[in-house]
Structures are given as C-alpha cells and as structure tokens.
Design a protein around this ligand. Structure first.
Ligand code: NAP
Length: 275
C-alpha cells in the first residue's frame, strides 16, 4: 500500500498519449515509498492540443516534475525554460524537472541505456564496436550515449538511409552508416526498431540469426514480449542478451535522481514490475 498523501505531497506525472499501460507509475511509486520521497506518480493521458497547458500545470501546481513519452518527446522541449545539452542534441526531452518554477528538460533514455549495460550486463562500451538497428528517437539516444561512453565505433543500420546518416552524426568521428553484415563483427548489437514487438511484428527479427556469435552482447529495447525472436536467436548463438526493461528501469532511476537527489532502488523497482 502507498502511504496516504498529505498536504505536502507533490505530484509527478507521465504526460503522453495513450500512456495508460505504462509501467512508470509502479517503478516511480515503488521508489518514492522506499526512499521516503513525499510524492505520488500518476499518468495524465495528454493529447497534443493540451500539451502546453499540461506542461504549464507542472509549474502552476508545483509538481515535482513530469516524464514525457510518445508522442510529445520532440515537441515538449520548446515549452521548457531550459533544455540540457544532451536533450538539445537529441531533439527530445523525456523528463521535466521543476526547479523552483523553472522547467528544465532532460533526456534520460541514453544514460539509462548505458547504465543498464554496465549495471545489469557488466558491459562497458569504452573501446567497443557497436551496431545499432534503427535511427528513431530511441536509437538516437543509444547512439549518442554509446559514443559519449567511449565506444570505438557506432554503426547505424536502418531502413531509411537519410535517417541513418543523421543518427550516425550523433556518434561523431566514431559513427557511420552500415549494413546488417556489420553485426557479425560487433561486440554489442542493439535493436532499436519495433520489429519483434508484441502484435503484427512479433514473429519477426530485424537481423538474420547468422550474424550472432558467442562473446557478443545483444540488447533488444523491446520488453513486450520479454524474449523477442532476435534475443532467442542471439542466445542460441551463445551471446549474452537483455531486453529493454533494464533501460526502462534505469531511465526512471535517473529521473528520480534528478527530481529527488536520491539513488533509486533499482532491484526493488525491477521486482515490482515482475522480473
Ligand atoms: P521511432 O522513433 O518510430 O523509430 C523507429 C525506427 O525503427 C526507425 O528507425 C524505423 O526506420 C525503424 N523501423 C520501424 N519499422 C520498421 C520495420 N518494419 N523494419 C525495419 N525498420 C523499421 O521509434 P522509437 O521511439 O525510437 O522506438 C523504437 C523501439 O524502441 C520501440 O520498440 C520502442 O518500444 C523501444 N523503446 C524502448 C525503450 C525502453 O526504455 N526500453 C524506450 C524507448 C523506445 P525508418 O527510419 O526507416 O522509418
């Protein structure tokens, strides 16, 4: 049971649409309760027409902050008073901190991804060859954070060449556009496309199983289903694998640290969402 809210309890919220099935309330409320943060986290399904009013409410209602999800990550930066350099570079904000009425936009997706790699898989990207499948919002956060963590090379493999080129630029000198064959010699392969997720693409993999080998780390940002075709193929080839739950948990942990200054109980958060 969550503690009863009192007159001092602050609200944190997820702004997105539809957003109703998000795991974020469980992750955040578990952490607040454990850490003694006097706040409750709720979902406010927010349509695009209401985004500006919803963001202004963070200030007006003295909310703790807000997480931002689909479809607002790109648009919301313009509504903040300040945006961090990382979020600015990615052109996407997934977290707003209310700093005494000043709204600061952050992006915790990339740092959450790298933290999950390090904490959950013991994988340090420094000096490693990485292949990222996809060039959308999640891929860009992963690409930029791998490069910032010292990856030797970040190869972007994507259906649309122009988006691949744009995303590869985020990795600076170590970034380039590649082909699926590049995965064969990579230390790390990341799926940042929706291919394999529950629904019409569930039986498909974005990469041929022939490219996986033992010694590789393979991460699928999808976490529904828990095991995608890609992860099953990679595991059969002897690779170490993880789904996207680690990224989701660690990006939430980073938001909690930004809002409260406290280290989130990631193991507890993981067991609260059932793993
Ligand atoms: P997005 O911005 O829409 O980008 C999707 C990317 O996948 C694009 O590069 C797109 O290629 C590619 N793609 C889409 N359909 C494809 C297909 N049928 N075949 C090949 N490539 C295809 O989406 P996103 O927000 O980056 O999300 C991508 C995935 O990451 C989703 O599965 C999402 O659930 C997951 N995600 C997980 C977390 C987490 O915390 N674990 C966080 C964010 C996202 P084009 O450029 O050619 O269109």
């Amino acid at each position: 049971m969550l503690p009863m809210p009192t007159g001092t309890t602050r609200v944190a919220a997820l702004l997105g649409y539809p957003a109703t099935y998000s795991l974020s309330p469980v992750l955040h409320n578990t952490a607040y309760q454990h850490l003694g943060v006097d706040a409750v986290y709720v979902v406010f399904p927010t349509k695009t027409d209401h985004l500006a009013a919803a963001v202004e409410s963070i200030r007006v209602l003295n909310m703790l902050g807000a997480s931002i999800t689909i479809p607002h990550k790109e648009a919301v930066g313009a509504l903040c008073d300040e945006v961090t350099p990382v979020a600015q570079r990615l052109g996407a904000v997934n977290c707003i901190a209310n700093v005494d009425g000043r709204l600061v936009g952050h992006n915790t997706d990339g740092s959450g991804f790298v933290r999950a790699l390090q904490a959950d898989l013991g994988f340090d990207p420094a000096g490693k060859r990485c292949v990222v499948l996809g060039a959308g919002g999640a891929a860009k956060a992963v690409i930029a954070s791998l490069a910032a963590s010292g990856a030797d090379e970040v190869v972007v493999v994507n259906r649309s060449a122009d988006r691949a080129r744009e995303a590869a630029l985020l990795a600076g000198d170590g970034g380039r556009v590649g082909v699926p064959e590049d995965a064969g010699s990579a230390d790390l392969v990341v799926n940042a496309t929706p291919v394999g997720m529950v629904g019409e693409w569930e039986e498909r993999s974005p990469l041929d199983a022939a490219y996986f080998r033992s010694g590789q780390v393979v991460v699928d940002l999808i976490y529904k289903p828990e095991r995608t075709v890609l992860l099953n193929d990679a595991e059969r080839a002897g690779a170490r694998v993880a789904n996207g739950l680690g990224m989701l948990i660690h990006q939430a942990a980073e938001q909690i640290r930004i809002w409260s200054g406290k280290d989130a109980p990631v193991a507890l958060m993981r067991s609260a969402v059932g793993e």
